[in-house]
Design a binder for this molecule. Structure first.
Ligand SMILES: [Zn+2]
Length: 415
């Protein structure tokens, strides 16, 4: 078994073939869940999995699983999962790499007659990007019972169609969603191979990132309200100007993060709106977002408390009123130490330059971590670019990631 490894040629073919299911071939790769391209790519993959003898299940939200039985069918499965949906004008590696890795690993296990004790289950999670209904990782959330039938009935896409109706129209059975919730005892561990989507590996000339944790998010919308007035006729000392206060708060955010967070903490003001937004009037109100992320939930809490306190202080000093609304919350997730150590051991033995790191982006693996031991493996993204047509990871790096994943599965099987 020493020389057993994945095939670069097959990995390359799979990725190229899957990327042909694309609704914007003129620009990058676009494949939203529940579109024709999504349906066709899944049918294509299901055909390949069937030929390999896998047992296929499609659940109520459109998650696809292909299962290779082990020697002991009653043992819990080792799950390999990721997604095939993309953002608008995205790339062809985000998500796809993890699915292709799982497929290739199953091929290698079959052609080498490796008799695993545990079943291996390849999972294609639906709607990871949240492109349709604004809920990222919807498929893995439904799989773990965090997204229920009542949520599916309430959520609507941009055309006003409910998630429930879209699933029905696509021939899926949304009423079975709650019944399809996985029994945590049926999964031994879950692994996800994913592109890094940042620059840390490339900058440090590393080939593998052993992921320790996945960052959570706390995002707020902050509105400061003052008094709109003539830009020429109002003396500086008689103004109640929310723009000046917004500028003061926004420029203080890096210092607030530094004082109250950890080195892993980040915060971003990505959106700003001003009313009436004309050049010759002092604004009536300014509304902006603050997006705070960290693996460490306490650090996120401390930063958001400090931001709120500062908004309060600056508003009081400037005679403004303010409103703070929560717009997104998810907890930071620490992955399984046992699995992370096992992956690190594999990488070290293979003499692959690596580091332990956190993921700033959310992944299906972080959702599955609520029910079982999860490990994640990152491979480099060229120039750190992702969710754009330029997204690229060399096939050699992908193969290396696949080989690490394969070896990790073989070792988890022995645990
Ligand atoms: Zn992804």
């Amino acid at each position: 078994m020493e020389n057993m490894g994945t095939s670069l040629e097959r990995i390359k073919n799979d990725i190229e073939n899957l990327s042909k299911f694309n609704s914007t071939p003129e620009k990058g790769c676009t494949r939203f869940s529940y579109t024709r391209e999504d349906q066709e790519v899944k049918e294509y993959l299901i055909q390949i999995m069937k030929k390999l003898g896998l047992k296929i299940i499609v659940d109520g939200i459109g998650n696809v699983s292909g299962r290779l039985e082990g020697k002991e069918p009653n043992l819990p499965a080792i799950m390999i999962g990721s997604h095939l949906d993309t953002v608008l004008y995205g790339g062809k590696y985000d998500g796809v790499v993890g699915i292709v890795a799982g497929l290739e690993l199953i091929r290698v296990i079959i052609e080498n007659d490796v008799a695993l004790n545990h079943p291996v289950q390849l999972m294609v999670f639906a709607e990871e990007e949240g492109s349709n209904f604004g809920v990222p990782t919807a498929g893995s959330k439904a799989f773990t019972g965090q997204l229920k039938l009542e949520d599916i009935k309430r959520l609507k896409n941009a055309r006003g169609e409910s998630y429930y109706d879209v699933l029905k129209r696509k021939g899926l059975d949304p009423d079975s969603i709650d019944k399809g919730i996985v029994n945590p005892k049926s999964i031994k561990a879950m692994l996800e191979l994913h592109i890094e989507q940042s620059v840390l590996l490339e900058r440090n000339q590393l080939s593998i990132g052993v992921v320790k944790g996945v960052a959570g998010i706390k995002a707020y919308s902050i509105e400061l309200v003052g008094l709109s007035n003539h830009a020429g006729a109002t003396p500086m000392n008689l103004r109640t100007d929310p723009m000046v206060a917004a500028g003061q708060i926004i420029s203080a955010i890096p210092a607030i993060v530094k004082e109250n967070g950890l080195s892993s903490s980040v915060a971003t003001v990505g959106r700003i709106e001003c009313v009436p937004n004309i050049f010759n009037a002092i604004p009536h109100s300014v509304k902006f977002t603050v997006d705070i992320r960290d693996v460490d939930n306490r650090a996120m809490d401390n930063i958001s408390q400090a931001v709120k306190a500062y908004v309060n202080k600056v508003s009081a000093n400037n005679n403004l009123t303010f409103k703070i609304e929560k717009i997104a919350v998810s907890s930071g997730v620490l992955l399984s130490e046992k699995i992370t150590d096992l992956i690190e051991e594999v990488v070290k033995e293979k003499n692959i330059p690596y580091c332990r790191m956190n993921s700033g982006a959310v992944h299906d693996a972080a959702i599955i971590a609520s029910i079982t031991d999860v490990g994640m493996i990152f491979i480099p993204s060229k120039d750190g670019r992702s969710h754009v047509p330029e997204e690229y990871t060399p096939y050699e790096n992908i193969k290396e990631g696949c080989d690490v994943l394969l070896e990790a599965v073989l070792r988890i099987d022995k645990l």
